[in-house]
Ligand binder design. Structure first.
Ligand code: OOG
Ligand code: MG
Length: 256
């Protein structure tokens, strides 16, 4: 069995994304792919994205809720990169994707740099300038969303596009109590509160800062941080309308 190179894996996954095709898990062909190497694949894919003109605008956390971890069979949170090409302009329908799924998330915009290690939820929240509701559309490059932790890390945690809602508030409310109703075509399909995200989305932000520090990196001022799906993700069929309604953070809608 041939060992893959980091550069080759990054190229293959990005090409699958560009072509809108899915494939088997990388670990089936590269059993030696561990989490650390998977982050190197992710970083190489970011380098390729930047070299084609995309701008780095933040990070996303994934698998920070039990609902998501249980569904995907992966029991650890993951981090991935966000670029400006992933922002879904308001009113645009989804671009063609492989098998899009939508998930509601609490989103932070950072007012100052946040550098681990040792960041707590309380100190993390001091770096936040605004809190939003958002919908992330995930689109794994692996068939049937079947992957291990290392697979999805290499695949930039299934990133495709996301939309941030129109209501941004200063931090201060108890985000563990912030509720969200997830609707498809007007019917409620799921609900959760911010407590689903590691007890509080501030914990997810602290985890992001501390994990970045392990890689010699920090979260930069102005960055967007998606804290991870609060509920399980729902498939977005062509023509479907998915809405996330938050208690204090307004509503966000995406049409398939
Ligand atoms: C991995 C990405 C997970 C989240 O918010 O949990 C994610 C996946 O479920 O495909 O973005
Ligand atoms: Mg997500």
């Amino acid at each position: 069995m041939t060992e893959w190179s980091i550069a080759e894996a990054a190229r293959v996954l990005l090409a699958a994304e560009d072509a809108g095709t899915s494939r088997g898990p990388l670990t089936a062909e590269w059993p030696g792919l561990d989490v650390r190497t998977a982050y190197a694949v992710q970083d190489e894919a970011l380098r390729l994205r930047l070299s084609r003109g995309e701008k780095l605008i933040g990070v996303k956390l994934g698998l920070t809720s039990k609902a998501k971890q249980e569904r995907m069979g992966v029991d650890r949170p993951v981090l991935a990169w966000l670029t400006d090409a992933m922002v879904l302009p308001s009113a645009d329908p989804l671009p063609p994707l492989i098998h899009p799924r939508a998930e509601p998330e609490i989103v932070f915009v950072l007012g100052s740099r946040l550098c681990g290690p040792g960041v707590t939820a309380a100190t993390a929240m001091e770096a936040v300038s605004r809190v939003y509701g958002g919908l992330e559309i995930i689109d794994s490059r692996y068939s049937d969303f079947r992957f291990s932790a290392a697979d999805t890390i290499a695949d930039n945690a299934s990133s495709s596009v996301f939309r941030v809602g129109p209501v941004g508030i200063a931090p201060g409310i108890d985000l563990s109590l912030e509720a969200c109703l997830l609707e498809v075509d007007g019917a409620v399909v799921d609900s959760a509160t911010g407590a689903a995200v590691l007890g509080n989305p501030g914990e997810a932000l602290a985890l992001a800062a501390n994990s970045m520090a392990d890689r010699g990196l920090a979260l930069e001022a102005g960055w967007i941080v998606l804290t991870g799906g609060m509920t399980d993700a729902v498939p977005v069929s062509p023509g479907a309308r998915v809405a996330a309604h938050f208690t204090n953070l307004g509503s966000v809608t995406v049409s398939g």
